[in-house]
Design a protein around this ligand. Sequence first.
Ligand SMILES: Cc1ncc(COP(=O)(O)O)c(C=O)c1O
Length: 438
Amino acid sequence: MAVNLSREEMESFWMPFTANTTFKADPRLLTHADGMHYTTHDDRQILDGTAGLWCCNAGHNRSKITEAVTKQLSTLDFAPTFQMGHPIGFELANRLTEISPKGLDSVFFTNSGSESVETALKIARAYWRIKGKPGKAKLVGRIKGYHGVNFGGISVGGLVMNRKHFGQTLDVDHLPHTLLEKNRFSKGLPDYGTELADNLEDLVGLHDAENIAAVIVEPISGSAGVILPPKGYLKRLRELCDKHDILLIFDEVITGYGRVGAAFAADEFDVTPDLITTAKGLTNGVIPMGAVFVRKDINEAFLAAGNGAIELFHGYTYSAHPVACAAAIATLDVYKEDDLFARAKSLHHYFEDAVHSLKGHKNVIDIRNYGLVGAVELQPREGKPGARAYEVFKKVYETGALVRQTGDIIAISPPLIIEKEQIDRIINLLGDAINAVD
Ligand SMILES: Cc1ncc(COP(=O)(O)O)c(C=O)c1O
């Protein structure tokens, strides 16, 4: 049934990362979701090419998850985890360490990717204090990185619009990004740019490793428009962090839970960081939740230092919320039963060929992909960055699919249940839209 909201009805909700005035003049409302489809307010079925916002990896309305959430609501709706506990929190942590990279056996629960990032950064700094090295406090991020929207995250993040309005940030420095012109139209991981990791040596030369706590990177940057690590880059970063005793944090809020064809990008790229931040796909997007994986001996250092008292003065009212735990456990069950991580891997080449078939379309200047993540970059309009891609995004939405616009890039990250014909349809709609927009 069609749903219409008046301007007045939409006034109070200050929408995030949205051009509120423009949106409310011509809104795009989603009213239902099932499987690979959303229903729009004007009663159209559109294909979900973005897994919601990179989170509904198992598709929408999964009965197993819905039932688990419903049951949990009437079993234990809420219970604190500060000096109290509940079995389902421990159950979920144990389930997660079954799939986490070897050695990352301690789990700290949060409610979002941004909170996972803040948690990881705080653990990194506090860890060095415990080790008697309080000077190791500087955090290193990367230009074009996205690590959520809280102060730690925007400090290590490298997207100007997310930083420039908010004043002083934390004590950080940045590595260069890995988006190189000579890698344009690479399929999968690009060949050039491994040496960009060596810029960490320069930062060590500038600040001294005695002052650096951690490096945080997204194995694949999502929000900046799907920027891939050059072959060997992440391994090199790992080696340099080892050499200088700097913690390595992978922000896997997007890459975690199957998107790249393995449980984590750390597995796929065979590089084990010291901490991993996650959220989104953890609960299939159904209930907000994040989880930070921490190397076991880091956790043990805290426990030893705590000497039986509270060892980390950090946590959220809703850390390990029982209903979120139920959603996450059911989600992990669905991933396993449907073998969805392997499914993403098996679709890698099909998806890659489909996305790269847009090469040669009007204004297309680059195409990038890995697993079930793809991006098509368009030539920006003179003086109007993002305008062309925004029109393409709108046209695709009007003709039957949801893709994501970020700057002049259209990103595609469908649920891992997507069928080949549905990949074709999204790509056809995107190709038509690109050709139709000047
Ligand atoms: C890599 C990365 N880190 C952190 C975040 C922030 O997550 P949230 O929006 O759940 O706070 C995101 C969100 O897209 C992300 O892509």
